[in-house]
Design a protein around this ligand. Structure first.
Ligand SMILES: Cc1ncc(C[n+]2csc(CCOP(=O)(O)OP(=O)(O)O)c2C)c(N)n1
Length: 153
């Protein structure tokens, strides 16, 4: 809660000019207002600043998401962002490489195929591997196993 008595946060986008950084830090400190940034404005408030929530949106911090999407927030001040990219960046295919690999191996069985993917993506695509085996495709999968949906948090 800011010193305004309201649960309030600032979302700063890249439209906020870099030379406004000190003003943003001053406002955040003076009024105790937590500040999240869009991905494009990452660091416009230094992330070790006590009021920094980090990046809001795809691949952002859970503090930013929890506060901005949570039920407590009463006022969100958006500065320098049209918010348009926030919805756009949330649309992303996951594990697309594995079905694409099956397709490319079918189209070009004469060349070797290597697919590099994550363990989360691997988890989603057993069906495609079944197809690859059924068609006796010779392909290689390299799975980067960080035991998490790392990109999400
Ligand atoms: C079809 C689909 N479902 C969910 C997501 C959201 N999503 C994006 S990345 C990701 C985690 C991917 O995990 P992993 O393959 O292990 O890669 P890591 O991020 O850990 O490197 C998820 C769930 C998505 N982009 N597409």
């Amino acid at each position: 809660m800011g010193s305004t008595g309201r649960t309030i946060a600032i979302l700063a986008g890249s439209g906020l000019r870099r030379n406004s950084e000190t003003d943003l830090a001053d406002v955040a400190s003076k009024w105790h207002i937590p500040v999240a940034t869009t991905l494009g404005a990452k660091g416009i408030l230094p992330e070790d600043h006590p009021m920094s929530l980090g990046v809001f949106g795809y691949g952002g911090s859970r503090w930013a998401t929890d506060l901005i999407m949570g039920p407590e927030l009463e006022i969100l001040i958006v500065i320098g962002s049209a918010l348009s990219h926030l919805s756009a960046t949330n649309i992303g295919p996951m594990g697309a490489a594995i079905p694409m690999k099956v397709g490319s191996a079918a189209a070009r069985p004469d060349v070797p195929h290597l697919t590099i993917t994550g363990d989360g993506c691997m988890l989603m695509h057993g069906m495609e591997l079944h197809t690859a085996v059924a068609h006796q495709q010779l392909t290689t999968l390299l799975v980067l196993n960080n035991r998490s949906y790392g990109n999400i948090w």
